[in-house]
Design a binder for this molecule. Sequence first.
Ligand code: ZN
Length: 558
Amino acid sequence: MAHAVKELFPDTKFAIGPAIADGFYYDFDCGHAITQEDLPRIEEKMKEIIKANKPFIRKDMPKEEALNFFQESGEIYKVELINEITEETVSIYEEGNFADLCRGPHLESTGKVKAFKLLNVAGAYWRGSEKNKMLQRIYGVSFPAKDELKKHLEFLEEVKKRDHRRLGKELDLFSMNDDIGAGLVLWHPRGAVIRRAIENFWLDEHCKAGYQILYTPHMAKLDLWKKTGHVDFYKENMYSPIEIEGLEYEIKPMNCPFHVSIFKSHLRSYRELPLRFAELGTVYRYERSGVLHGLLRVRGFTQDDAHIFCMEDQIEEEVLKVLEFTLFVLKTFGFSDYDIYLSTRPDKYVGTDAAWEKATGALEHALKKKELRYEVDPGEGVFYGPKIDIKVRDSLGRQWQCSTIQVDFNIPERLDITYRGTDSKDHRLIMIHRALMGSLERFFGVLIEHYAGAFPLWLSPVQISVLTISERHVEYCKRIIGSLLAAGIRADMDEENEKIGYKIRKAAVLKTPYMCIIGDKEMESNAVNIRKRNGENVGEMSLDNLTTFLKDEISNRR
Ligand code: ZN
């Protein structure tokens, strides 16, 4: 691809072009603004290069020689990269009249490329920093066989159809705009209904599981964030402080210190442990504009956060409970496929080796007790403790990081959190941070894509639409709506003076799970005829039976 771009736009300078999880990209500095329309042209050129079947030749060059080589051809980005390489020699791959800095390996020759497609064009800062020049990036994908490429392109089509930004607009769920600011989410009424259903479920289940619910402010004095270590370790993701009456305040990037403060508001006995504090806590983190992405990466979001304060020998039991709770919650949202990772001690850490060993062992025991398959990520723990991450797989098999369970030795030490033991002395305790859905915004984005906007009944903004065939059915429909609403069912009515076919399509576009059509026949028989959003007919039932039927499906969250 780089060779083809160079042929078409000779002034192009090349930056970085790696293979990534789902294809490849290359960043260029090119005088011509490459657009989607240029891609077929580049593809044509690539086909010519492939057809020529030129061998890829590897040359190992002393660094100095490589520097001269790229300097002469004006490849300033390559020069910068080579200067950072610590090895004595670097490798260059050559094919026809094109050469590039590359670690390799490569195919034998260009003719070995069997199936490829350039997907899209994007802007990307050199080295990902907004202080540097904006380069142009082309994404592509390649497969050893044409049918594999075809399958992948179909998958991408399905991904596009499910894009939560597109569905968010079509289904009127949420929006984000420049007047409000990047990465800040507006939940529209239909989206807010779903959030409320999620929050109600969250609240009920947390109360059942022995959590106490908290509310805490959105900012706190900067000094607090110094004490917790956030100013030292998390500064990158925090906003500049604001001044109030001569004191600096910081909008919160995390909820932890507030929960600690409530824990410390009075003396805690060992009898109170484990103590579980939960909050739907809204936090604000500085994400660079380049990485913002719909609901998946935002600047303000609400975590389903909780902190468990416990003694060291209670970790295993608590983690076991959290694991069961997490899997139950994920299953309720239709995720039964997930990957679990256990991250162990990194190179830089706080806490004693013995404590790390004990905590990591406790996490591992809990996973084994639940007979869960997991992978160990050696050294990938946070500096303050080991953790378990759970990534769900959605209906397209894509992986999403949602749940995390983290043991923390650091905050109890820094903020001096203790409990009064049986010996009437104060002891250090362990804190567990955990989030099941992660952030409500992100989880909502994942749900939209997972369900392709066709939410299960209990989450649907409108659960049943009542459609009138003509004016004379309106009164009767209003009675039906009234009794459905009174039973707590989210029903709406389409009494517009439109053809019934149009009304059905309208409800189908909004992916309303059920609709019923009311005409003369239904009025006479005092019954309703229900159909599903996929067109399937459920059949005729009395109004009482309809209510029972819907309530059963809603309360079982099927
Ligand atoms: Zn926390």
